[in-house]
Write a protein that binds this ligand. Sequence first.
Ligand SMILES: C[S@@+](CC[C@H](N)C(=O)[O-])C[C@H]1O[C@@H](n2cnc3c(N)ncnc32)[C@H](O)[C@@H]1O
Length: 256
Amino acid sequence: MDRDEILKTNKTYWDSNADLWFGTTALPEYGVKFVTEDDLHLFGDVSGKKLLEICCGSGHSLKYHADKNASELWGIDISHKQIENADAYLKEHGYTAKFICSPMEADMDIPTNYFDFVYSIYGIGWTTNLQGIFNKIASYLKKDGIFIFSWHHTLNYCVAWSCNQRKDVIENDTLIFSKSYFDESYFTMPVDGSEIILCNRKISTYINALAKAGFVVEQMVEQSDNETMEAVRDVSDKTKKAKMLPISFCIKARKL
Ligand SMILES: C[S@@+](CC[C@H](N)C(=O)[O-])C[C@H]1O[C@@H](n2cnc3c(N)ncnc32)[C@H](O)[C@@H]1O
């Protein structure tokens, strides 16, 4: 699939639907039914630190760090509507950040060897060039700077409930592989009356791209939260699935 076409489709989706996602997939949450930053403390103390968020969306994670006295905040996002929302949201709370509206894949006016943290909450997987963006992120970070990101776990897109002929009726509480774990090709998905284009990368693809970009992985988390793991009564299909396999994953890596 043509990369410019993918970026155009995804930008159109986010420009039209930004308000639907206002304040979702933002810190302290790394993902739905997933352990949070309050449990993990991957960032530690960010006071006085410079942070850059890739795919900053509505700016809620930037505010999370502003509340914790980060000294400088930058956000990039492909959607001008998301940037507009993020800028307004931060100003409303008395904060400012430097925003850049651009695909993460593009060359941007971002200083190199500058940031203490670069992070992305459910953003990185939108990229059409994983190695390219990891290389760029390594260049933005200082030596020993930290890169943290979360995304859909590869298994979540491969495993589905077994349904009967009616498709919506789940049979036997059985999860089946509905797609190959190894299939990294792009697919179009209808959402909210519009469509998005994504691909489902293997976990090894992320790890190897990080290594090639000069990172060492300090921690990888795949854990559903305690509430989900301990749920026994009135358990939704989503919760049942999250009790059996990781829905999201999160990686903390350090630039060597
Ligand atoms: C799930 S949202 C992330 C939400 C964000 N964590 C928040 O707190 O709002 C994904 C974001 O990625 C952005 N995005 C998608 N493709 C992108 C790309 N190629 N480059 C930069 N941003 C992109 C979208 O505009 C959207 O704001």
